[in-house]
Design a protein. Structure first.
Length: 268
């Protein structure tokens, strides 16, 4: 295989994993036809990657993953440059349940899949690789295995897992309710126009407006049912500071958070 003229990190793992490699490849990158004796999974975390298999080229973007089965010849290229987390996995299904799952989930081998993962999960993974203590190595092993299992789950998920389910699942995982419209698009692998159209059809308003409604509902619940201070609630919901929370709440609810708390609680 050609030597990669890039900066990157490669970490040996315990079976069934072989190697984790976090790489940033420059613009106009290319890698000639090659193959591996193991499963090779690439998670694209930024930029675009073109993969050529059997004379057909597939373009990948951020928050997509591809699995390349053992001995499948392929070429890689990128006009823009890209970053990746790569995971190599042993091809020994008789010894490792994960390998059996891969063969069952990807009977034809090659497959590209959209993933519903927030980018900050990848950031934490990369940061953990910079200090390879025994504890962090164990975390990386577990995280990498979880990432592979998520890939399998995304492919195997029920057809009933429609846009509404995915959108609400995204919100459920965003504890701070702090996602921007761009982050929603990345998480759901949708363009802004497509996302806005689907949200309008499902919820009757724009994505940002619906998100604000849910954020307001969560704020009201905390004001009514907890003794958290205004500062603590503002931090929990991802506001810059308490004054930002006050402005948001008054704009959408017609009164200050403190006024709402005082008026909504029943005095026994």
């Amino acid at each position: 295989m050609e030597k990669l003229n890039i900066m990157g990190t490669m970490i040996d793992m315990k079976p069934p994993l072989r190697l984790i490699h976090m790489l940033e490849r420059p613009a106009d990158f290319s890698l000639s036809l090659h193959s591996h004796s193991f499963f090779h999974i690439i998670f694209v975390t930024s930029g675009t990657l073109d993969i050529t298999v059997k004379n057909q080229t597939y373009s990948m973007h951020e928050n997509q993953a591809v699995i390349l089965p053992p001995y499948l010849p392929h070429m890689l290229s990128s006009k823009t440059g890209y970053a990746q987390i790569g995971i190599d996995i042993e091809d020994e299904p008789e010894h490792y349940e994960m390998c059996t799952l891969l063969k069952q989930t990807f009977p034809t081998g090659f497959h590209i899949q959209n993933l519903h993962i927030r980018s900050d999960r990848f950031d934490k993974f990369v940061k953990g690789s910079r200090d390879l203590t025994r504890f962090n190595l164990l975390k990386l092993q577990n995280w990498a295995e979880s990432l592979v299992l998520l890939f399998i789950e995304e492919v195997s998920e029920s057809p009933n897992n429609n846009f509404r389910d995915k959108f609400l699942d995204m919100i459920a995982h965003d504890e701070e309710m702090s996602m921007s419209l761009a982050e929603m698009c990345r998480y759901l692998n949708l363009s802004k126009t497509h996302l806005e159209r689907l949200v309008k059809e499902e919820f009757g308003c724009s994505a940002v407006k619906y998100y604000s409604k849910l954020k307001l509902m969560r704020a009201c619940f905390l004001l009514q049912n907890s003794d958290l201070s205004m500062r603590e609630i503002s931090e929990r919901l991802g506001f810059y500071d308490e004054s930002h929370f006050n402005r948001f709440f008054k704009k959408h609810n017609g009164m200050t958070p403190k006024g709402y708390r005082n008026s909504s609680r029943i005095v026994h």
